[in-house]
Ligand binder design. Structure first.
Ligand code: NAD
Length: 464
C-alpha cells in the first residue's frame, strides 16, 4: 500500500471513530440525563418543552432574543397564561435559566429550535426567524452537538436552509453528520415537529407521540433518545423532509376538513338545516368519520399558515395544491360571512351596522386560551369598524388588544355588564367561563358563530 493511501485510510478510520465517540458520548449523557439542553425560542412551544425537560432532571437553558421574556423567566415569572409562575420557579430550582447570549450554546449538548414560521405579506413562507437563529448558532457550534429543528415548515428546510447556514457559519469547519460520509468534525441534525394542541386538557403532552427525522441514523437515534426522555413514544421516519411533511399533512388535513364543514354550514343555513345537529348525528358512526366543526374563520399560528408553506414549495415542482387553495379561500371568507350575518340580523330589527353598538365576545383564536395570533375576531372587528359599527370586545384572557403584525386596534376589554346597551352581542370565541344563558337573557340580539348557545331557546339568537 502506498504511503498516501495509508494516510488516507487512517484518516477515514479516525474520522469514523471520532464521530462514533461523539455519538456514544452524547447518547450516554442523554440516557443519564446529564446532557445540557438548549431551547431556542421561549414561546408557546419552547417554554413548555423546557419545563418538561426540567421535570425530568435535565439542565436546561432557554434562549430568546426578547429580553423581556428572558428577564421575566429569570425572575421566576411567566407570560403564558396556562404556565404558572410557580412552575417557572420550580424549573429554576432545577437549574433552569434564560439568556439572550448565544455564546452559552458552546456549553450545550443538544440545541432545539422553536422559533416562529409565519407567512409574509405576500402569503409566502417567512423563514427569517429560522435563518436568523441558524446564523446566531453557527459561530458557537461544537463538534458532536445535536441540533433539532421543531418549527413547522416545508419539506426541505432542514437540509436546504438550516444545515448550509450552520456549515458555512461555524468557525471549526464542522459538517453535518451524514452517515457513511462521516467527518472528523461533525454535528448531528434532525427535524422533529411540535404537535401541541393548546388548551387540550384530555391528552397529556408526554402522551403525544414525537415524530423524528434524522439526517442520518445516528442523528435519529440521538434525537429519539433525547425526546424519549420526556415523551412516552417516538416515531422515526426516514429523513428530516419526511418529518417536515408529516406535520404539514396533519395541519392540511385539519384545514381542508374545517373548510368542508364551513362550506356545508353555509349551505345548511340556506336550507334551514342545523349543521351542528348533523355533525353530532354523523359522529355516532363508529368508523370512518371524524368530526370537524365550523366557525368564524381559522386562527392560530398553525392551521391558517402552515398549509401555504407546502403550496409555496409545490410550485418549485410545477405542482398546484388545489385542495389547500380551495380550503384557504373558503376559510378566509368566513369572517366576511360573519359580518354579513350581523348586518342581516340587525336589518331584521330595522337597524344598520353603521352606528350600531356591537360587543364581540371572545377574541382569542379558540376557546380557553390566551393566544390572539391570526384570530378571526381581529378581522371581524376591523370589518365591523369599517362598516361604521361601534365595536367593543370582552375576553377574560385579554385585558387589552393593542398592536399586532397585521392589526392595530388599541381596545380595552369591556365589562360584561349592561349587555342591553349593545344592539348586537356577537359570540366569536366560546370561552367556557361565559354564562351563555345570562348573555342571551340580558342582550337584545345574539349572533352565535360557535353554537355556544346550544340548548338555549330564544328568538334573540341568530346562528351563523
Ligand atoms: N403554538 C403552537 O401551538 C404550535 C403548535 C405546533 C407547532 N408550532 C410551531 O412551533 C414554532 C414556534 O411557535 P410558537 O407558538 O412557540 O411561537 P412564539 O412566537 O410563541 O415563540 C417563538 C419565540 O422565539 C423567539 N425568537 C424569535 N427569533 C429568535 C432568535 N433568533 N433567537 C432566539 N429566539 C428567537 C421569539 O422571541 C419568541 O419568544 C412555529 O414554527 C409554529 O408554527 C406552534
Amino acid at each position: 500500500m502506498l504511503e498516501s493511501e495509508l494516510i488516507c485510510t487512517s484518516s477515514i478510520m479516525s474520522s469514523q471513530s471520532v464521530s462514533a465517540t461523539h455519538f456514544s458520548e452524547l447518547k450516554s449523557k442523554i440516557e443519564q440525563r446529564q446532557a445540557k439542553v438548549a431551547i431556542i425560542g421561549m414561546g408557546y412551544v419552547g417554554l413548555p418543552l423546557a419545563l418538561l425537560y426540567c421535570e425530568r432532571d435535565f439542565a436546561v437553558t432557554g434562549f430568546d432574543i426578547d429580553q423581556r421574556k428572558v428577564s421575566t423567566l429569570n425572575s421566576g415569572g411567566s407570560y403564558i397564561f396556562r404556565i404558572t409562575a410557580q412552575e417557572i420557579q420550580q424549573a429554576k430550582d432545577q437549574g433552569f435559566s434564560a439568556t439572550a447570549d448565544y455564546a452559552q450554546l458552546e456549553q450545550m449538548d443538544a440545541i432545539i429550535i422553536c422559533v416562529p414560521t409565519p407567512l409574509n405579506e405576500y402569503h409566502e413562507p417567512d423563514l427569517s426567524y429560522i435563518t436568523g437563529t441558524a446564523e446566531s448558532i453557527a459561530p458557537h457550534l461544537q463538534p458532536g452537538q445535536l441540533v433539532v429543528l421543531e418549527s413547522t415548515t416545508y419539506p426541505g428546510t432542514t437540509e436546504e436552509v438550516l444545515i448550509p447556514i450552520l456549515e458555512k457559519g461555524n468557525k471549526l469547519g464542522l459538517k453535518a453528520n451524514r452517515g457513511a460520509e462521516t467527518n472528523v468534525k461533525s454535528f448531528f441534525v434532525a427535524f422533529s415537529p411540535e404537535r401541541e394542541d393548546p388548551g387540550n386538557q384530555t391528552v397529556a403532552r408526554r402522551d403525544i407521540p414525537k415524530v423524528i427525522g434524522g439526517l442520518d441514523p445516528q442523528a435519529s437515534e440521538l434525537a429519539s433518545a433525547l425526546y424519549g426522555a420526556i415523551f412516552n413514544r417516538t416515531v422515526r421516519v426516514s429523513s428530516p423532509a419526511a418529518a417536515e411533511m408529516t406535520k404539514l399533512l396533519e395541519n392540511i388535513y385539519r384545514c381542508v376538513n374545517i373548510a368542508l364543514v364551513n362550506e356545508l354550514k353555509l349551505l345548511s343555513l340556506r336550507m334551514g338545516l342545523d349543521i351542528w345537529e348533523v355533525i353530532e348525528a354523523a359522529s355516532t358512526k363508529p368508523f370512518g368519520f371524524h368530526p370537524f366543526y365550523p366557525g368564524p374563520g381559522l386562527g392560530g399560528h398553525c392551521i391558517p399558515v402552515d398549509p401555504f408553506y407546502l403550496s409555496w414549495k409545490a410550485k418549485e415542482w410545477d405542482f398546484r395544491t388545489r385542495f389547500i387553495e380551495l380550503a384557504g379561500e373558503i376559510n378566509t371568507n368566513m369572517p366576511y360571512h360573519v359580518v354579513d350575518s350581523v348586518a342581516r340580523a340587525l336589518n331584521q330589527q330595522k337597524k344598520a351596522i353603521n352606528g350600531s353598538k356591537v360587543l364581540v365576545l371572545g377574541v382569542a383564536y379558540k376557546k380557553d386560551i390566551d393566544d390572539l395570533r391570526e384570530s378571526p375576531a381581529l378581522t371581524i372587528i376591523e370589518l365591523l369598524q369599517k362598516d361604521g359599527a361601534q365595536v367593543s370586545y370582552n375576553d377574560p384572557y385579554f385585558p387589552t388588544v393593542g398592536r399586532g403584525r397585521k392589526y392595530d386596534l388599541q381596545m380595552k376589554c369591556a365589562p360584561l355588564e349592561n349587555l342591553s346597551q349593545y344592539d348586537c352581542v356577537l359570540i366569536v370565541t366560546d370561552h367556557s367561563d361565559y354564562d351563555y344563558e345570562r348573555i342571551v337573557r340580558e342582550s337584545k340580539l345574539v349572533v352565535d358563530t360557535r353554537n355556544a348557545t346550544r340548548g338555549i331557546s330564544s328568538p334573540k339568537i341568530v346562528h351563523c
